[in-house]
Design a protein around this ligand. Structure first.
Ligand SMILES: Nc1ncnc2c1ncn2[C@@H]1O[C@H](COP(=O)(O)OP(=O)(O)OP(=O)(O)O)[C@@H](O)[C@H]1O
Ligand SMILES: [Mg+2]
Length: 372
């Protein structure tokens, strides 16, 4: 079932939790709603479920306007962080519960519940009570219970937040498998970027009730549409700095310092000051053609990579560099970047700016002053 959201807003007293949201979710798609705490993810889900009615705007399931339709009539299944299982009922009875409410004959309900239990791989636990299950198993029961009614849409609100790291990883793969196996349209709320990027067909990143960007996971990481998206995604966080045009043609300097930086791609010429973003993994040690020089102030090993922090004028820059390099705190090195790894954002509104490639011949040599 595809979902269309048109100009949807939800205002609580003084808070606008969702602001004029317009988007479409395709049939069979898994979309993640990602964003910081309080950005309106759960409210969006509650509006889709029908548990909240919007202040304004329209929601369509397929061709049908469901905006005023009650939750029970929308054909949705929901899964929450806290499982919300009935503790006194067995696993089987928990899964059968929604069918009992629908007055499905007991025999049929039992068959369908067992099918679902098999799908989520808890067929061997049917007689247990929720208290006798692990967190991951409880969440499987909750998923089976949400799916047993054969809903058109599955809504999941931080379903993995109560699980430890390893189980989270396992269960997110499971949710994806189950979702694809039955081909259901699903909306998955999380504030964990790695989870969102790994599980979904498409990610919607929200801030202050507004979708900042919606795109395929890799695209969002590689081509953030504004500075917020760039800074929200990525670990270590992207390096962001303010650069200003200097008097020499085509040359820029970092704010608050004299060092001219030697950029392999330039921002739009009409802007005096812009924000420059470069991800740590896109920087490398380069003495031949550096964009700037810095002094190493910190070195740490993360997995297979070496993360260094460098003092570059008044700012700190993070770079993930080749672990085989011999680096020492206090060393001064140049850092290079490929032109396609440079991001520019407008200083005021933060929107992504187009790059301008430099003419090959005009690659000005870096003019660098040392900063102790
Ligand atoms: N029932 C309510 N009454 C008043 N304000 C609310 C209500 N529900 C949510 N809000 C406010 O709306 C905003 C969005 O809340 P929401 O729960 O949708 O955020 P969220 O993105 O799910 O955050 P989290 O990651 O912390 O779960 C917040 O400012 C919140 O305080
Ligand atoms: Mg929430």
């Amino acid at each position: 079932m595809d979902i269309r959201i048109d100009q949807l807003s939800m205002v609580f007293d003084k808070t606008t939790a969702v602001r004029e949201m317009t988007t479409t979710i395709q049939d069979g798609e898994l979309v993640s709603l990602l964003g910081p705490s309080g950005c309106g993810k759960s409210t969006t889900l509650m509006l889709l479920s029908g548990l909240y009615k919007p202040t304004s705007g329209t929601i369509y399931f397929g061709d049908k306007d469901v905006t005023k339709l009650d939750a029970q009539k929308r054909g949705i299944g929901m899964v929450f962080q806290n499982y919300a299982l009935y503790p006194h009922l067995s696993v089987l009875k928990n899964i059968m519960f929604p069918l009992k409410m629908q007055k499905v004959p007991k025999k049929e309900a039992e068959i369908r519940a067992k099918e679902m239990a098999d799908l989520v791989q808890i067929g061997h636990l049917l007689d247990r009570k929720p208290g006798q299950l692990s967190g991951g198993q409880q969440q499987r029961v909750a998923i089976a219970r949400a799916l047993v009614k054969k809903p058109n849409v599955l809504l999941l609100d931080e379903p993995l937040s109560n699980l430890d790291a390893r189980l989270r990883l396992e269960m997110r793969e499971e949710i994806r498998r189950i979702q694809q196996e039955i081909g259901i349209t699903a909306i998955f709320v999380t504030h964990d970027q790695e989870e969102a990027l790994s599980i979904s067909d498409r990610v919607m990143l929200m801030k202050d009730g507004i979708i900042q960007q919606e795109s395929a996971p890799q695209n969002m990481y590689k081509k953030p549409e504004n500075e917020f998206v760039a800074s929200f995604l990525g670990n270590p966080p992207i390096n962001l700095m303010t650069i200003t045009k200097s008097k020499v043609a085509d040359s820029y300097r970092l704010e608050d310092m004299d060092q001219t930086i030697n950029l392999p791609a330039l921002p739009p010429t009409e802007l005096q000051t812009v924000r420059l973003g470069i991800r740590a993994e896109d920087l490398y040690i380069s003495e031949d053609n550096p964009i700037f020089h810095g002094k190493i102030i910190h070195i740490e090993t993360i997995g297979r990579d070496t993360l260094i922090r460098m003092q570059v004028g008044g700012i700190t820059v993070r770079a993930l560099v080749d672990p085989n390099q011999q680096l020492q705190i206090g060393d001064i090195h140049g850092l290079g970047v490929h032109p396609e790894s440079i991001h520019y954002f407008h200083r005021e509104h933060g929107k992504r700016l187009p790059l301008q490639k430099r003419g090959g011949m005009r690659h000005a040599k870096a003019h660098v002053e040392e900063h102790a």
